[in-house]
Ligand binder design. Structure first.
Ligand SMILES: [Ca+2]
Length: 541
């Protein structure tokens, strides 16, 4: 049913009392599941349109596109929208959200961050840093499209959509979802959490800075903290460095061939030979990156190119990329990158981001070209400019064109986090050391500035866990599966700060476990079973 606001007006008071009261508060309804229909009173919020409410029975569905793994618990899947409008580009916009409300609720709320250009409603099941899905643990979980529809960057032609994407949609969705949770279950969520990676990691940082009262605990993984005026400049830098050495095809440089898979394997082998054992054991993981002083010149052929060595121009390109972009005056425009051996592993996404796989020069398909360039043109640069590419980006002239967007979007500057700290919020960072899009060195820089600001108290509210070998958000030659959510809950609810988080191997190291250690500590091998986390301790370099 729908009812007019305000709820307390006399003529409707008796009729609405039941609707306004939580079903669980009356003994006769205690066992009944809260209503899951689009016209349920709990979902009738002013300005919110519920487009679908679907009761999902236990063990009948997995998230869309997922063909294996656990089935979902019984829940109410809610889809809604707010702030429907026509943009200045003539296109319709709204702030969309998906909220999944488990029948067996654990009293907690989870905001699942997005990523990429957003514009899609991801299944609100809580997959990241929460093996088995947060929904299945009893969390009410929400996702949003961040205020525009469609995964490309064309929304950037509408200024309101830019603001929604940066922060406004997230504010509105967090507030609305919490209110629906309160009305659906008849009580407030006792704890609220956020987990996101990449763009979602940025959203988590954004909440700690701009809406610090919303979440008790935040996991920000590989955060896009200065993606426009930072990582995207590095994407252009890397693309140009690789295009310059790529073999010339009939229709231009073949970007994907600048480094072959065999060349990447050589790189991996070279890094392992120099740095693998520095953490106490040669196990295919460089867990002590601070000790790794790799120089790709050790892989350079005496002359030309051969299968067991790299050409001088390949070595030059690698050195240029890992040193990070600079302008013509030598000023740094982003960060260095650690020499993690997984960048050369076929299970890592380094090739996908930097090189792609396209066999010809006319249609390079690296994600730097396919994704970052779209974002660069559509909303990172102000005004939008479809002629600006990662190939023609000018490192002296063009960075300033990214300032306007950076002001509303970036989260790299604020290390005060005063209000978030004051409310006893906990902020857990995680970052793959082989991440090809956001440098782990950028993450470390933020954490070091945070530590400089807060001193020894930093570890009481924020910790950083670097994941050797992990690519962007997941995968790679790594132990990349870990229960960050459980660690965060223990921290928030029991005051137990994570001393280490046990991570498991997936595709490359099945059966292997390792401790993830709070920065600057790393997992050092003490002896015993090589595959067992118990054989390692967290040691400070
Ligand atoms: Ca090692």
């Amino acid at each position: 049913m729908r009812f007019p606001a305000p709820c307390a007006t006399l003529p409707c008071a008796a009729a609405l009392l039941a609707a306004c009261t939580a079903p669980s508060s009356t003994p006769s309804q205690a066992a009944a599941a809260p209503a899951c229909s689009a016209d349920a009173p709990a979902f009738a919020l002013s300005g919110v349109q519920i487009t679908e409410a679907l009761a999902v029975d236990a063990d009948t569905a997995r998230p869309p596109g997922v063909g294996s793994g656990p089935m979902l618990v019984a829940h109410c899947k809610l889809t809604g929208r707010m702030a429907s409008r026509i943009g200045i580009d003539g296109k319709p916009y709204h702030i969309g959200f998906e909220l999944r409300l488990p029948r067996e609720w654990n009293g907690r709320f989870l905001y699942q961050g997005g990523g990429g250009n957003d514009g899609v409603l991801r299944p609100a099941v809580g997959p990241q840093a929460a093996p088995g899905y947060a929904l299945n643990r009893g969390f009410a979980v929400v996702t949003t499209d961040a205020g525009h529809q469609g995964p490309d960057a064309s929304f950037g032609f509408d200024p309101i959509a830019r603001v929604d994407n940066a922060y406004n949609a997230h504010d509105k969705v967090a507030v609305t979802a919490k209110e629906i949770v309160r009305r659906h279950y008849g009580r407030n969520a006792e704890r609220s959490y956020f987990i996101g990676c990449s763009g979602g990691g940025r959203q988590g940082m954004m909440f700690t800075q701009r809406f610090p009262s919303y979440f008790d605990g935040v996991i920000a993984m590989a955060p896009a903290m200065r993606v426009s005026k930072g990582a995207t400049i590095a994407a252009a830098w890397d693309t140009q460095a690789l295009a310059a050495i790529a073999p010339r095809g009939a229709d231009g440089p073949v970007l994907s061939q600048a480094l072959s898979d065999a060349d990447l394997a050589l790189l991996r082998k070279g890094i392992l030979e120099q740095c693998d054992a520095q953490d106490g054991v040669a196990d295919g993981l460089v867990s002590n990156p601070a000790a790794c002083r790799f120089d790709p010149r050790r892989l350079m052929c005496a002359a030309g190119k051969a299968p067991d060595c790299l050409a001088a121009e390949q070595v030059g390109a690698l050195k240029k990329m890992f040193a990070g972009p600079i302008d013509s005056a030598g000023r740094k425009l982003y960060f260095t990158w650690p020499w993690d051996p997984a960048v050369g592993h076929p299970q890592n996404d380094w090739r996908l981001w930097k090189l792609g796989t396209a066999p010809s020069g006319s249609k390079p398909n690296s994600r730097h070209v396919a994704l970052m360039q779209d974002a660069l043109q559509g909303y990172f640069v102000t005004p939008p400019d479809r002629a600006l590419t990662v190939f023609n980006f000018d490192f002296d002239r063009d960075p300033a064109r990214l300032d306007a967007h950076a002001w509303i979007f970036n989260t790299a500057d604020d290390v005060d986090l005063a209000a978030f700290r004051a409310r006893n919020g906990k902020l857990l960072f995680a970052h793959g050391l082989a991440d090809p899009i956001f440098s782990p060195d950028e993450m470390v820089d933020y954490y070091q500035r945070l530590s400089a600001r807060h001193g020894a108290a930093t570890a009481e509210f924020s910790r950083l866990f670097l994941v050797p070998g992990m690519g962007h958000c997941q995968g790679g030659a790594a132990t990349d599966s870990f229960d960050g959510l459980g660690a965060l809950m223990n921290w928030v609810e029991k005051g137990q700060a994570p001393q280490r988080i046990i991570a498991s191997g997936t595709a490359v190291f099945p059966g292997r476990t390792r401790p993830l250690c709070p920065y600057p500590a790393y997992a050092h091998y003490d002896g015993g079973n090589l595959e067992d986390a118990a054989s390692f301790s967290c040691r400070t370099p």
